[in-house]
Structures are given as C-alpha cells and as structure tokens.
Design a protein around this ligand. Structure first.
Ligand SMILES: O=C(O)C(=O)C[C@]1(C(=O)O)C=C[C@@H](O)C=C1
Length: 420
C-alpha cells in the first residue's frame, strides 16, 4: 500500500500512481436490534452503536487488502502541455504538506487543539469547512478522502470533515462509499457557501488561457460561467481546488488558470481574474464531521440521523415501505441517495420465455430529520429493519442551523454551533 504523490521536501506534487486499497463487500445479511426506548446515557448509546457496527462490520469489513482505483492522480504531461516549461515561478510559502497513505503509522500526535483531517491542501474549501465546524482546530491536510478517514481511525486526527453534497453538483459519491467501508460516526454537519474565483499568475490575461484546472465539482459548478466569460479552455480535473492553484503557481503556467478560493490566491501568489464564477450565487456544499465515537443523541435541539440500508431484491415495494415508515410518523427525509451494492451489484432473474434479466442492486442512504433519542425515530428504524437485509446508523447529530446567507465568504471561519 503506497501512495507517494507529494514530495516531502519541496511541497511539490510528484504524482506517482496512488494505490489506495479499500475493502470489498461480502453481502451477508446482518440484523440490528433497536430496543424500544433507548437509554439516555452515553454507555447505552455507545453499546447500541457497537451492536449496529458489529453487524455492519460483519457485512462490510474494512480491510486494506483489496483494491480500488483511489483518487485522481496526474502526470507532469497534461493534455500535451509540458509542465516542466516553467516560466515565471512564483515563490510559494512553506505550508503543511498533505498526509499520504505512507504517513499513516498509528503514532498519535498530542496537542491541546482538536486535530481535524480534511482532503486537499491549505486554501481548499474543505479546510474552510473544518474551520467552520471547529473554529480553533488544527486542520490537517490529507491527499485523499481515504487518508482523512484513516487519519481518524489511527488517532492521527480527532475528526475528519468531508464534503458529501453540493447544491449544484450533487452528491460526492466517493465519500458515501467510504462512509460504508469505514466505521466512523457522523457527529455533525456544516454547510459552506462556496464562492469560486478564476486565478492565474500575475499579469496573465484571460485571452491567454488555454486550460483551466480544478476539482471536478468546482469545474461543474462553474461550467456555464466559464462559457459566458468567453473562455475557450480545456477543463482539467485536479485533486482539490487549492491544489490546482498551487500547481499553476509552482509550475509557472501562464496558459492555465485555476478555479479556487480567494484564500488560495493569497496563499499561492495568484491574481483573481474573475470573482464569484459559480453558476449560482447560492452555491453551497454540505460537509459531515466524522469521529471514532458517536455523539449521544438529544431532543433539545434539531437533530438529523443518517442511515444506509440494502434489501433483498423485492423491487420498489421495499423502498415504498421504508419511506412510509418515516412518512407515517411525520419524519421528514432531507436526502436519499442510492449507490451500487458493491458485493452484489447485479441480480439475475431467469425468465423461461424472455431469457435472463439483469437488475442492478443498490445501497440506499437516507438522512431524516429526527434524533435517535426520539421514540418515533427508533420505531421507524425498527420497522425499516423488518424490510431490509442490512441497516446501519451512520450517525445521529445536530443539524447545522446557521442562518442562511449565500453571500457569506466560504473562507470565513465562523462557528456553526454544531461542533461535536
Ligand atoms: O477542492 C476543494 O477545495 C474541496 O474542498 C473539495 C470540494 C468538493 O469535493 O466538492 C469542496 C467544496 C466545493 O464543492 C468544491 C470542491
């Protein structure tokens, strides 16, 4: 398991192919027991989560031996551009280097501040989200989502803050899949207004640009604006927005712009060619906070609960029954997402006359607006369990109730009041 994509000494990306190895699913059924009336103390709650997680762990173990493609990697030659042709190299200040898989030895770093892992380099929106969730935290950059999960599991970090959905681009599927494969608990959420800028080296004009680099979500969030700015540029995916800015700066690329935050422009010495280039001024990304221990659910403030379940191929009726279990108890759903069932992606149905039908199998993720301390939520889940072959509670946590303001800066670190 090796992933050297960042030089330890120069803070510059080298981009050998990352080889993160993640788990596969086994597909065995698991059961979950919901006592009628959950105890209110931490011990009860933790033992309940342990039951849930031991069941889900049996179904979908996390191990590091099977393969996955990992996050994007890049070679120094991109779309025929020789990135070694460095012209005006802007001096980039020494910033914390993102954690790599190779850094993940379980030696805890002790300190008084909460250590919060995020994916990306300083200046990424995820760093701002970490600051919003935990205002005085020590934010730890990680080069992949997977590494942020492992940093918490191995006690290198106390929390991870990871994006799960964006108002324009939709769900960040990789993190849904990783939530299932790891055993961390969702302990909170923050919603971050995302305000993108077009950044280039000082003196570069828009007309000189042939390429724009950024995180795929950021490229998608600015698609129409790029066209309306008259930019006829190739879009190039990068691991994170600030990483793209750093790459443009350290390689002196005068034909390439990055889409990133104004903080990234300051950090990497780039100029803002255009400000607020997201296609919708209300562009917002929702992040979840992850921890090794769950929070004790409460009823004195708005809570959300996130679950994931699978069923044994009885068509749409199961989904209907699950939704009804919430609807009849007046519990609002705030999100529903489906992902391929990794251990059983396809179900074959033989029909003597018509041949073999191939149905896709899914994992369903649901967020609902209730605390697991509420009997109506416990009863709904007890009912859901009857219809499903696998059920796991990912977390029951305080909702982000920050007053909505689409214009507030994504890089300001105001408290959401939802820290756990
Ligand atoms: O690249 C970054 O700066 C990130 O923090 C990642 C990310 C994402 O994954 O969606 C976060 C917020 C924005 O939606 C764009 C990119």
């Amino acid at each position: 398991m090796e992933a050297t994509i960042q030089s330890r000494f120069t803070n510059q990306k080298l981009y050998k192919v990352p080889t993160v190895r993640c788990s596969a699913t086994t597909g065995k059924a698991a059961s979950v027991f919901f006592p009628n009336g959950l105890g209110s103390n931490r011990a009860d709650w933790q033992s309940m989560c342990a039951i849930i997680n031991s069941n889900s762990a049996g179904l979908i173990p996390y191990n590091s031996s099977s393969s996955s493609s990992g996050d994007n990697a890049k070679a120094p030659m991109i779309n025929g551009h020789d990135t070694s042709a460095t012209l005006d190299i802007v001096p980039v200040p020494k910033l914390p280097r993102p954690l790599s898989i190779s850094d993940l030895s379980p030696a805890p770093m002790h300190g008084s501040e909460l250590r919060v892992a995020y994916q990306g380099v300083p200046g990424a929106y995820s760093e701002a989200a970490a600051g919003k969730a935990y205002p005085k935290c020590d934010a730890i950059p990680c080069d992949q989502f997977e590494v942020a999960f492992q940093a918490v599991e191995l006690w290198i970090a106390d929390r991870a803050v990871l994006p799960v959905e964006n108002s324009l681009g939709g769900s960040i599927h990789r993190n849904y899949d990783l939530l299932l494969r790891h055993r961390l608990h969702i302990v909170g959420e923050v919603q971050l207004p995302v305000h993108h800028c077009l950044l280039a080296l000082p003196g570069v004009r828009k007309e000189c640009l042939t390429r724009v680099m950024s995180h795929p979500q950021a490229l998608a969030q600015c698609e129409h604006t790029l066209t309306s700015l008259g930019l006829n540029v190739a879009r190039e995916a990068f691991d994170d927005t600030a990483g793209a800015a750093e790459y443009v700066a350290t390689n002196g690329l005068r034909d390439t712009a990055a889409i990133a935050s104004s903080r990234a422009a300051e950090l990497y010495g780039l100029e803002v060619l255009a400000d607020g280039i997201q296609d919708d001024s209300g562009n917002v990304t929702r992040f979840v906070m992850l921890a090794r221990e769950p929070v004790v659910p409460r009823t004195d403030r708005p809570f959300k609960t996130s679950i994931v379940f699978a069923h044994n191929g009885e068509g749409t009726s199961v989904l209907f029954k699950v939704l009804a279990a919430f609807a009849f108890r007046d519990i609002s759903l705030t999100k529903i997402e489906s992902r391929p069932h990794r251990s059983q992606p396809i179900r074959l149905v033989d029909d003597a006359d018509a041949g073999t039908a191939k149905h896709f199998e899914y994992m369903f993720y649901i967020d609902f607006q209730a605390s697991l301390a509420e009997p109506r939520a416990q009863n709904a889940l007890a009912e859901v369990q009857e219809y499903t072959s696998f059920l796991r509670v990912l977390g029951s946590y305080p909702m982000d109730m920050t007053p909505w303001s689409s214009s507030s800066s994504s890089t300001s670190a105001s408290s959401s009041g939802s820290s756990s």
